[in-house]
Design a protein around this ligand. Structure first.
Ligand code: ZN
Length: 245
């Protein structure tokens, strides 16, 4: 379903995503990699499934090797950690929207579903992270008591909230991707959460800058159009660059 991004795709996404929230940028990538998919189907992908799609697209565009970057919280060293993309891609999880699941926790009947890009877009408009988190939770969880009366999810006890979060994670496992990492310098260990859209956006930025530079050099040297240059395979572009002096 997902194809790798062409040079023209990368530049178009980079331009259109400028100044956008992370969720909107991720949708631009999905739409470019699945040109025949209905926008609504892309928006309704659970966020973990979305991230697996982004990693698939990323691998098809830039290769299998992927590193996460982080500053050590203890000594502030700039660190780089290799990510096992294969393990993430072969992990279980949905490939499309999932039906809500009914569970019981304590005296509560809960209906849960994983958040998707539409929920995220609403959360990204919130003023702070706590409000955004509460909004996401309320969008994905409904609760009734033993007597069948609906209960505001904000009023649920911690135990019921935790059961709902666990159920969401089981429905869409890549919702939370973290790795145990350690700083080789000072030995400090922590759990590093992988923000797939942010990581991919950084790479798209670097890739786009490099492409713009290549187009500028080749256009100046040979008078070719941007479209002609971007349609070349990277191998052919590199060969002409070597002669462009
Ligand atoms: Zn350190």
């Amino acid at each position: 379903m997902w194809r790798g991004l062409s040079g023209a795709d990368v530049l178009r996404i980079w331009e259109a995503g400028h100044g956008q929230h992370s969720g909107a940028r991720a949708l631009l990538v999905l739409a470019a990699a699945a040109p025949t998919a209905a926008p609504e189907a892309l928006e309704r992908l659970p966020l973990g499934a979305r991230d697996r799609a982004l990693l698939t697209i990323r691998a098809a565009t830039l290769g299998e090797r992927l590193n996460a970057f982080a500053d050590c919280p203890a000594c502030a060293a700039a660190l780089e950690f290799p990510i096992d993309v294969d393990a993430l891609l072969t992990g279980r999880g949905p490939d499309e929207a999932v039906e809500p699941l009914a569970i019981r926790a304590g005296g509560y009947h809960l209906t849960v579903r994983p958040p998707d890009s539409r929920d995220l877009a609403a959360a990204e408009r919130c003023a702070d992270a706590a409000t955004a988190e509460a909004l996401l939770f309320a969008a994905c969880v409904t609760a009734t008591g033993e007597d069948g009366h609906s209960i505001p999810v904000a009023a649920l006890p911690d135990m019921a909230r935790a059961a709902a979060s666990d159920a969401i994670l089981a429905l869409d496992p890549l919702t939370d991707v973290s790795f145990d990492v350690a700083c080789p310098g000072c030995g400090f260990g922590w759990s590093l959460a992988l923000d797939v859209p942010a990581l991919l956006w950084d790479e798209i930025g670097h890739h786009a800058s490099r492409l713009v530079g290549e187009v500028a050099l080749l256009a100046r040297a040979y008078g070719w159009s941007e479209r002609d240059i971007l349609e070349m395979s990277p191998t052919r572009r590199q060969s002409y660059l070597a002669w462009a002096g």
